[in-house]
Design a protein around this ligand. Structure first.
Ligand code: PMP
Length: 352
C-alpha cells in the first residue's frame, strides 16, 4: 500500500518566519508596542469572562459591535476571521468555482496567489509599473478581457507601501463584474478617507478586509475582519467554520477596540516613526549609489537596492531582522530607538 501527497501540495514547505532571537525585529510589519499594564489588566478581566467549557460565539457578536463602533459602521456588515489570512483563503476557495480565474497584482502580499493554487483556481498576475503603482485602466481592461471573477489587492500595499486612490478604486468597482476585495490591513496608517469600509452598502461586488494585527498591535490574537454588504456578509458567515475565532481573542478583542483614542494616538506615533525612517533612508540614499527607498502610506519602507542581501545579512549579524525580498528590503518602523538603531547600522554598513 502507498499513499502519495497530491501534486499541488507535495513540494510545499511550511511557512517559516525568520528564525532566531533578534534584539530588534523589523521584519513582519508588526506594531512595536506591547500591551501596557492597563491593557494587561483588561486582558486579565477579559480572560475571566470566558466560559472555557463552552464553544465560542460563532458570530462574534460583542467583538463585531466593538469593531463596528471603532470604525463607525454597522456590525451587520462585519464577519470575523482567524486573522485576515483565514478570510483570504475562505473568500478564494468559496467565492470562486473550479475553472474561475482571479487576478492579483505583483508585487503584493504573497498569500493571495498561494491560496489560489491550493484552491485550484486560475490566477492572473498584473505587473505593477516601475514606480510600483497600478494603472487602473490597464487593470480594468485585463479584468474584463480575461473574464476575471475576483480581484484582490492590498491597499495600501504590502510590500511596496503604495496606495491606490479612492477614485481609482471606485472606477474599478464600477467597471467590472468581478468581486473586488480591498485588503486594507494597513489603512489605519494612511487615511480613513481612502478607505471603503463605510461604503460597502453602495456596491454589490465589494469586500474590505481589516486586521487587528498591525496598527491595533494585536497580531497574537489572530483577528481579521471582512466588511461587506449584508448579502455578501451572510455568505461569508455561511461558509466559514462555525467556531473559527476562539473565545479568548473575542473577549480581549471586544475590549481592545473600545480604546479608540489610545489606539488612534498610538497609530499617529507609528506614522511619525515611519516618516523618520523614510526621511533618514532618503538622506542616506543621497550619499550612496543604488539605494532607493519608496515613499510609503504604511508602517514600513520598501527599498530597492542591488545590495539587499548584503545589507540584510549585515543587519542580521547585528541582531536586527528586516525582510529580504529579492533586490528589495522591507523595513518596518519600530520605536524611535529601533528606527535610529537600524539607520545607524545601515550607515555603518556603508562606512558613513
Ligand atoms: N493582508 C496583508 C496585506 C498583510 O500584510 C497581512 C500580514 N502580513 C495580512 C493580510 C494577514 O493579516 P492577519 O494577521 O490578520 O492574518
Amino acid at each position: 500500500m502507498s499513499y502519495e501527497l497530491n501534486d499541488k501540495i507535495i513540494n510545499l514547505v511550511p511557512y517559516e518566519p525568520i528564525s532566531g532571537d533578534f534584539r530588534i525585529r523589523l521584519d513582519a510589519n508588526e506594531c512595536p508596542f506591547g500591551y501596557n499594564d492597563e491593557f494587561m489588566a483588561m486582558v486579565d478581566r477579559a480572560v475571566r469572562n470566558v466560559n472555557f467549557n463552552r464553544y465560542p460565539d460563532p458570530v462574534c457578536r460583542k467583538l463585531r459591535e466593538a469593531f463596528a463602533s471603532f470604525y463607525e459602521i454597522d456590525s451587520k456588515n462585519v464577519t470575523v476571521g482567524n486573522g485576515s489570512d483565514e478570510l483570504i483563503f475562505l473568500i478564494e476557495s468559496a467565492f470562486l468555482k473550479k475553472g474561475d480565474t482571479m487576478l492579483v497584482a505583483s508585487p503584493d502580499f504573497s498569500m493571495y496567489e498561494f491560496y489560489s493554487s491550493i484552491s485550484e483556481v486560475g490566477c492572473v498576475r498584473y505587473l505593477k509599473n516601475t514606480e510600483l503603482n497600478i494603472d487602473i485602466d490597464e487593470l480594468i481592461d485585463i479584468v474584463n478581457s480575461e473574464n476575471i471573477s475576483l480581484v484582490l489587492f492590498s491597499n495600501p500595499c504590502n510590500p511596496t507601501g503604495q496606495g491606490v486612490s479612492k477614485s481609482d478604486c471606485k472606477k474599478l468597482l464600477k467597471s467590472v463584474n468581478a468581486l473586488v476585495v480591498l485588503d486594507e490591513a494597513y489603512m489605519d496608517f494612511w487615511s480613513e478617507d481612502e478607505s471603503f469600509i463605510k461604503d460597502v452598502d453602495s456596491y454589490d461586488n465589494l469586500i474590505v478586509f481589516r486586521t487587528a494585527s498591525k496598527a491595533m498591535g494585536s497580531a497574537a490574537l489572530r483577528l481579521g475582519f471582512a466588511v461587506a454588504n449584508e448579502r455578501i456578509a451572510r455568505a461569508i458567515s455561511a461558509v466559514k467554520s462555525p467556531y473559527n475565532v476562539n473565545s479568548i481573542s473575542q473577549e480581549i478583542g471586544s475590549e481592545l477596540y473600545k480604546n479608540k483614542e489610545f489606539l488612534k494616538n498610538r497609530t499617529k506615533t507609528i506614522v511619525q516613526n515611519t516618516k523618520l525612517l523614510y526621511n533618514e533612508l532618503l538622506q542616506l540614499s543621497e550619499r550612496v549609489e543604488d539605494f532607493y527607498p519608496y515613499p510609503t502610506k504604511t508602517n514600513f519602507v520598501f527599498i530597492r537596492t542591488d545590495k539587499s542581501s548584503e545589507i540584510w545579512q549585515y543587519l542580521k549579524d547585528n541582531s536586527i531582522a528586516v525582510r529580504l525580498m529579492g533586490k528589495n528590503l522591507r523595513i518596518t518602523a519600530g520605536t524611535e530607538y529601533e528606527v535610529k538603531e537600524v539607520i545607524s547600522c545601515i550607515k555603518k554598513y556603508y562606512n558613513l
